[in-house]
Design a protein around this ligand. Structure first.
Ligand code: ADE
Length: 234
């Protein structure tokens, strides 16, 4: 998968050099391009924002550097023969990110993330890019971040680990929170007793049917307690 990021803070993304995603890049499973939006400005101060038309607090990102940055990335994708890239703008006004969306996006050939700052990006950028590529506004949750960088990082991690070969043991992707719509069951390892706390005896029983039933019950109990909104209608 090809991933491009447009940001005024390229240094944010140095963490993608380490851990699972770092190894995925070394193995060539993920190709990453981080682009500094200010490289697409032409004034001495490398200005990317301005006051909002109509008034109001805060600053809005000007469309010109965004247009040039995204044009250049989309041309490069085309030249590389990458078909149909998708452009994602992280935004608290977007559709809510989910495991299902991560799953869907993990099959894309190329994703471009446009990280807005301040009060957002001039709407014409989204309108223009929509004429050239598929565009989605995506929110990490009902809270406000200072910009799209952290949201992009979270999405790249959630999407990247679903790309075949990135996580060493694919079975570990199957039994985890949200993969089947429920929260994960609690896990235990050795020692069997620690600080007076015992591992649930069923897990030591060797009875695989009983273990599976216990885990399912734990998933349901936990989901009912903390995330009843995730339960399927009875
Ligand atoms: N940018 C600012 N807040 C955000 C959020 N909650 N999700 C995605 N991008 C954002």
């Amino acid at each position: 998968m090809r991933i491009d990021i447009v940001t005024i803070f390229p240094e944010f993304f140095s963490v993608l050099d380490v851990s699972l995603l770092g190894r995925a890049r070394q193995a060539g499973r993920i190709q990453l391009g981080v682009h500094d939006l200010r490289d697409y400005t032409y004034d001495r101060h490398r200005t990317v924002d301005d006051t909002p038309y109509g008034g109001g607090a805060g600053m809005v990102m000007r469309p010109e550097p965004w247009g040039d940055a995204l044009d250049s990335i989309l041309y490069a994708d085309e030249a590389r023969g990458t078909v149909d890239p998708i452009v994602i703008f992280p935004s608290p006004a977007g559709e809510l990110f989910s495991q299902a969306m991560a799953q869907e996006l993990s099959t894309e050939a190329a994703i471009v993330f446009g990280c807005g700052r301040y009060e957002g990006i001039d709407q014409r950028v989204v309108d223009y890019v929509s004429t050239r590529a598929r565009v989605r506004l995506v929110s990490m949750g009902d809270y406000v971040l200072n910009g799209g960088e952290i949201a992009t990082m979270a999405m790249i991690e959630a999407i990247g680990r679903l790309i075949p070969g990135v996580v060493g043991n694919p079975a570990s992707l199957v039994e985890e929170s949200h993969s089947d719509g429920l929260l994960e069951y609690p896990s235990y390892t050795k020692p069997a007793q620690w600080r007076g706390l015992d591992v649930p005896p069923v897990l030591l029983s060797g009875n695989h049917g009983a273990i599976a039933a216990w885990r399912r019950e734990m998933q349901l109990e936990r989901t009912r307690r903390v995330r009843p909104d995730l339960l399927p209608p009875a």
